[in-house]
Design a protein. Structure first.
Lengths: 222, 218
């Protein structure tokens, strides 16, 4: 017996799948926000005077970057309740994404801060800019421009990684797809279509980020 | 009575680790072969071929590895071939590796100074000898840190085979965790095993990257 592909189940489930896309984007956005907070705090701690704090940050970054996200989310899933955080799967997923993305954000932000030459700041003061202006025009904007491509790339990576959060049944696109699959047994059709929904999401994000970059960061460097 | 995490459980995790390593090696070997073809097609000079490979790479970079695995796994099942779960996931990871390694090596091939190709052409070398003897040896050197970086990604990525039910390290961890009710200990050990596998590679990769960057400054 040959198998006949039937994509009508996907078409019927489209509203649920589109809500799943919204879930995925919200999950990624919340995770990225947490990752940025961890990133900034981590960079400050990474260059602090306390040696144990520096070692802690380095250890954190190495552990997160050298273990799979799936194992991290399972570990947190069981560890968070022990420290009194009884959270639903989606909140657990946000924390896992934030912790994972945070380790990468630390490296990215650190690179951006180091890309600002000290002489630039001194030149700014010499030109009579006050402290706020120096921070805004000489430190913040060029640093943001320097890390923008890696940071937005990281956001897209995090969006794709969030599919793994279906393993703890957080609300996002892949878990919606799994539910539809178990209702209809049309595994290939469902996952094939959902793959292209992810592709649409990441291409839209790429386009959006490129437009923002064109609007804000397209000034000559020298 | 529930068993505690002891030597038999640890042994079970080690057997999972073996499958993780084997899966990584098979996918990496397959991915290197197919990835070289992708990289060569991507830089072959024919517009349409370059575009097709570009879209191929773009699809793998723009979709989650987990979904790629699902599509290959259930897609292969539809063909009626009765494939072993290991073969099915290995094919999935190989296809993914071909796209990522193809893109890494595309960049490396293009990073080899154009004068090298021109000099080879002036000497009358044809395409295969130009690539094999002049461009690729230099490209491999340039691409090594990124290639090692991808290898680490691949080791971590093979954990997703657990979700389609193949028993490698992460799945073995889940099973032991369900048996012993000691999830923190079990996943801690599993994480440590992945770390021991990945960290030396990461370290080697970043050291080589620093060395290449210094060589570039000279």
């Amino acid at each position: 017996m040959g198998y006949t592909l039937d994509f009508s189940v996907v078409w019927h489930a489209m509203p649920a799948l589109l809500w799943g896309c919204v879930g995925t984007l919200s999950l990624a956005l919340a995770g990225m926000t947490l990752a940025m907070i961890i990133g900034v705090a981590g960079v400050a701690a990474r260059d602090s005077k306390a040696a144990w704090l520096r070692a802690l940050v380095i250890g954190f970054v190495e552990i997160v970057r050298n273990t799979p996200f799936l194992v991290q989310i399972f570990f947190l899933f069981f560890a968070l309740p022990l420290i009194g955080l009884k959270l639903n799967p989606t909140a657990t997923a946000i924390i896992a994404l934030g912790v994972n993305g945070g380790a990468y954000a630390i490296e990215i932000i650190r690179g951006g801060v180091q890309s600002i030459h000290k002489g630039q700041v001194e030149a700014g003061y010499a030109l009579g800019l006050h402290k706020g202006q120096v921070f805004r025009f000489i430190v913040l904007k060029p640093a943001l421009r320097a890390i923008y491509p890696s940071l937005t790339g990281q956001f897209i990576m995090l969006t794709l990684t969030s599919s793994i959060c279906s393993a703890v049944s957080a609300y996002e696109l892949t878990s919606v797809a799994q539910r539809i699959e178990s209702d209809t047994f049309r595994s290939f059709e469902v996952y094939f279509s959902v793959t292209f929904l992810y592709l649409a999401i990441s291409w839209m994000l790429m386009l959006g980020f490129a437009l923002v970059s064109h609007r804000f960061f397209s000034y000559p460097t020298r | 009575m529930t068993p505690h995490f002891g030597l038999p459980e640890f042994g079970f995790l080690l057997r999972g680790l073996q499958w993780t390593v084997l899966l990584t090696l098979v996918a990496f070997a397959g991915g290197c072969t197919a990835g070289l073809a992708v990289a060569l097609l991507r830089t072959c000079g024919h517009r349409s071929v370059e575009w097709i490979t570009r879209i191929y790479i773009g699809i793998f970079q723009g979709t989650p590895l987990l979904l790629q695995l699902f599509v290959v796994y259930y897609g292969l099942a539809l063909t009626g071939l009765k494939l072993d779960a290991f073969v099915a996931v290995a094919i999935g990871f190989t296809v993914n590796a071909s796209a990522f390694l193809g893109e890494i090596w595309r960049g490396a091939i293009q990073a080899v100074p154009r004068g090298q190709t021109e000099a080879a052409m002036a000497l009358g070398l044809h395409y295969s000898s130009r690539m094999r003897d002049i461009v690729l040896p230099q490209a491999i050197r340039i691409s090594l840190p990124a290639t090692i970086g991808y290898l680490v990604q691949l080791i971590k990525g093979t954990s997703l085979a657990a979700i389609v039910g193949f028993i490698e390290l992460a799945r073995a961890g889940q099973i032991v965790s369900n048996q012993t009710f000691q999830p923190l200990l079990v996943f801690g050990v599993v994480g440590a095993m992945y770390f021991i596998l990945c960290w030396p590679l990461s370290w080697w990769g970043s050291r080589m990257e620093a060395r290449l960057a210094m060589a570039g400054q000279r």
